[in-house]
Design a protein around this ligand. Structure first.
Ligand code: FAD
Length: 468
């Protein structure tokens, strides 16, 4: 378990695995390494849903964070209220978001920023950013944390927030596990809506598609906006979300045959008992004037849980066919708005569609960068609006490298076209690439490393500072 991850591309054998039964166990381990004349490396492993060995520690110690989470561990998620913060949950870094959802719903509350898939740990997503279709409005998950307990690479347990140990707080958010192990996070909560109106609209014109997406993230009203593309080599339904009926699928196939690529705008409006009578009308107003292909709008009504946990049924179905634990050479990017038309022509049309190498969902949706705090370690392009692009490939054990070559070609295309895209869930092989990735944040990132993990103990699998 500790030498593999969701990606199935990398295998690194650790010297040992720690199954902590308390935070003190982790504290002792890090302090011990820090005091050794030859410190050993240590990686927190959340749910191991990285794709490039980021939670591994070659010849070091992997900390299996989930062993902190025993069955019915109500102490791992505690809901509270204060006059200054409103409702919040104190959540163990090892907790899965699905458990955070179920526990907070018992109080009629829920976090406001999500990932598409909920079987990820709080510590794992806060080490990256935690993004989904709510981010344009609420910011990423790292923008919705009040406070954290962190064990630094020096073996100190510190509580940090915007006001106290703030350098550590901002460094850890999106910090790729480089500065400390998150053992508790105080997460923003709000009243949970009960149900959602869920809409998908199809486009063949990319500029109309992106114009409508950008419109929906700029006006008040929608709670979630995403998008994806389907080619005539990939079905409209996939493991990420099965939405279309058989009848709809055959209609969609007919326009796919005609256009080759179809873009799907997905939007959601939450509603409750007090808005049940007005939500349809409000939705209608929001959708007025959008330029989707006439007749190609599909609507669903779902519970909040079914919507937020939409990826799970696809996962279980793939698992039952043995298709979940296959290689996943994923590429996730933030593309600045100014480059998205060129990206479509050069990547979606010329590379992905014409070469017929798609093998999994492809996401593309805009988000507002004003919800990101530049003091956090997470890296984004500089423009106010950026697109999240996810090429979520599944490959065979023999042929995934062709997909990885395609990823390299995409990155080279961006370089040549002058599109300043940034990798999300980044993976690089050289120090120079990391320096380029962090750009003007690099010197501060290095400074924080020297302050909180001077012996380069933590998260070696990211390969930023580790010399193997
Ligand atoms: P791991 O893979 O276990 O760890 C990731 C990194 O964080 C490692 O470097 C590890 O050392 C470090 N780490 C883990 N726990 C801690 C901790 N407590 N303190 C400090 N460092 C820690 N991401 C999104 O933003 N949005 C999505 O919609 C989304 N969907 C996904 C769907 C699937 C099916 C998969 C496989 C991944 C998805 N991801 C998404 C990516 C996911 O958020 C990251 O891979 C995340 O790191 C996974 O969490 P994890 O608990 O499995 O972390």
């Amino acid at each position: 378990m500790a030498s593999s991850d969701f990606g199935n591309l990398v295998q690194l054998i650790p010297a040992a695995v720690l199954h902590p039964s308390s935070v003190t166990d982790i504290l002792d381990l890090i302090s011990f390494s820090y005091k050794c004349s030859a410190p050993f490396s240590i990686a927190a492993r959340g749910h191991g849903h990285s794709v490039r060995g980021q939670a591994m520690a070659h010849n070091g110690v992997v900390v299996d964070m989930t062993s902190l989470n025993t069955d019915n561990d109500k102490n791992g998620i505690r809901v509270s209220w204060s006059p200054s913060l409103g409702f919040y949950a104190d959540v163990g870094g090892e907790q899965l978001w699905i458990d955070v959802l179920h526990t907070t719903l018992e109080h009629g509350l829920a976090p406001i920023s999500w990932t598409d898939y909920l079987y990820l740990t709080v510590g794992g997503t806060l080490s990256n950013a935690g993004i989904s279709g709510q981010s344009f409005r609420q910011g990423p998950q790292i923008s919705n944390v009040h406070e954290m307990d962190v064990i630094t690479g020096k073996g100190e347990l510190l509580t940090c927030s915007k006001h106290s140990n703030s350098e550590l707080f901002y460094a850890v958010l999106g910090g790729l596990g480089q500065f400390g192990i998150i053992t508790r996070a105080r997460i923003v909560l709000d009243k949970a809506p009960k149900r959602v109106k869920w809409v998908r609209m199809l486009y063949h014109d990319f500029s109309a598609f992106t114009r409508d997406q950008e419109h929906l993230i700029s006006v008040d009203g929608m709670d979630y906006v995403e998008g994806s593309l389907t080619t005539n080599h990939s079905p409209p339904n996939n493991w990420r979300s099965s939405f279309f009926s058989l009848h709809d699928q055959s209609r969609i196939s007919s326009i796919l045959n005609k256009h080759g690529i179809i873009y799907c705008l997905e939007a959601v409006k939450y509603y409750d008992d007090d808005t049940i009578l007005t939500v349809d009308e409000e939705l209608q107003v929001l959708l007025e004037g959008l330029s989707f292909i006439p007749g190609f709008i599909f609507k669903k009504d779902a519970s909040l849980v079914d919507f937020l946990n939409r990826v799970r049924s696809g996962e279980l179905s793939l698992q039952s066919k043995g298709l979940w634990d296959v290689p996943h050479p994923w590429l996730n990017l933030f593309v600045p708005k100014s480059g998205i038309m060129d990206f479509n022509a050069g990547v979606f049309v010329d590379i992905v569609h014409k070469r017929n190498k798609t093998s999994g969902p492809i996401l593309v949706y805009p988000t507002n960068r004003n919800k990101w705090d530049d003091r956090m370690s997470a890296v984004t392009p500089a423009e106010d609006t950026m697109y999240t692009v996810g090429l979520l490939h599944s490959g065979g054990f023999d042929d995934w490298e062709a997909l990885d070559d395609q990823n390299k070609e995409i990155l080279e295309f961006c370089d040549k076209a002058g599109i300043e895209a940034k990798q999300y869930l980044p993976h690089y092989r050289t120090r120079e690439e990391w320096i380029h990735h962090f750009g003007k944040k690099w010197s501060h990132f290095q400074e924080m490393k020297a302050k909180f993990d001077p012996k380069f103990i933590l998260s070696p699998g990211q390969r930023i500072f580790y010399k193997d």
